[in-house]
Design a binder for this molecule. Structure first.
Ligand SMILES: NC(=O)c1ccc[n+]([C@@H]2O[C@H](COP(=O)([O-])OP(=O)(O)OC[C@H]3O[C@@H](n4cnc5c(N)ncnc54)[C@H](OP(=O)(O)O)[C@@H]3O)[C@@H](O)[C@H]2O)c1
Length: 285
């Protein structure tokens, strides 16, 4: 049962878009609300299915009409950047004045958001999927008019499940590629190691377990050892040994450069996405 008197103390949220990232991030952030029922949270998706799913897991209410979001203080945009145009049309009955916008849209900058929500303080937030297991990284940039109350609360809630990095927006896209896209790059490396075992005839589930332990062990050294990563590599390589032969091949194949290139490609795509979204949005003139 929602305790209406108590909910007044807590900032109310409207979550628009309840796909993979939204479920992972807000599902984790507001998990406690399911039992405590302290906070008003409304969720919305066009099909209502996933909005209902998320609302159910965080003690919120799924709404079928965006106008109900007029009763919330913070509105979180959690759909694909390409869906912003449709949202702006559908959200005409919302009075955004004074409501804080929290956007997790990749590639859409604060300036663009401010043009479409001129009377709203804006927070750009970029979570990462491992937040689902309390191991995320969340980037935050914001306009100057964001209230300390909203910012502090979002930072506090996020920091329980992720490392929070507040940064200048000019670094946002680059960091996004490392911290939010990064898990996919790590899984790519993981899959390559696992493939080498599978090619040797080891079952897929066993390969996964072995490579998982390999990553955990290697990461534990990085966490607990004061030496630089380069020194840790050198320590595993004995002169003219088997590891040294493998590491030399990685150098010959320019794997490090390839990874830097992959990050740069992603940053380039963020910029393209931003121009695509801007050219698709209604003209404000
Ligand atoms: N995936 C990641 O690791 C990651 C990391 C950081 C940030 N992001 C950002 O998170 C955002 C969502 O990504 P995702 O992977 O979660 O996408 P997703 O799984 O495809 O979910 C998109 C959600 O948006 C809803 N939606 C579609 N059109 C809408 C509209 N016009 N108005 C309101 N809601 C609408 C969809 O509703 P239905 O359920 O009805 O289809 C769905 O619930 C993207 O902007 C992305 O840049 C993703």
């Amino acid at each position: 049962m929602l305790d209406v008197k108590n909910t007044k103390l807590y900032i109310s949220y409207g979550i628009v878009g309840c796909g993979n990232m939204s479920q992972a991030f807000f599902g984790r952030l507001f998990k406690d609300n399911k039992n405590k029922q302290r906070r008003v949270i409304m969720t919305y998706t066009p099909s209502n299915t996933r909005a209902h799913e998320l609302a159910d897991s965080i003690g919120g209410t799924s709404v079928k009409n965006l106008k109900y979001l007029n009763h919330t203080e913070v509105i979180c945009l959690c759909f694909k950047p390409q869906q912003l145009k449709r949202f702006l049309t559908d959200a005409r009955e919302i009075d955004f004045s004074g409501k804080t916008i929290v956007s997790i849209l990749a590639g859409v900058d604060l300036k663009t958001l401010k043009e479409y929500f001129p009377n709203s303080p804006i927070i750009r937030l970029m979570p990462s999927m491992p937040v689902e297991n309390g191991q995320g990284i969340s980037l935050i940039s914001h306009t100057d008019d964001v209230s300390k109350k909203v910012l502090d609360e979002l930072e506090l809630l996020s920091s329980k499940h992720s490392m929070v990095i507040k940064l200048e927006e000019k670094l946002f896209d680059k960091l996004t590629l490392v911290t939010s896209s990064g898990p996919a790059f790590v899984y790519y490396l993981f899959a390559s190691f696992a493939k080498s075992l599978e090619e040797a005839g080891i079952r897929k589930d066993n390969s996964k377990e072995i490579i998982h332990k390999l990553f955990l062990g290697a990461l534990s050294m990085i966490k607990n050892d004061k030496r630089d990563v380069e020194d840790l590599i050198a320590d595993v390589c004995s002169f003219k040994g088997v590891t040294a032969a493998g590491i030399e091949e990685l150098g010959r194949q320019n794997v490090s450069e390839s990874i830097l290139g992959a990050i740069d490609k992603g940053v380039e795509r963020s910029r393209e996405l931003q121009s695509e979204v801007r050219s698709d949005l209604p003209n404000l003139q």
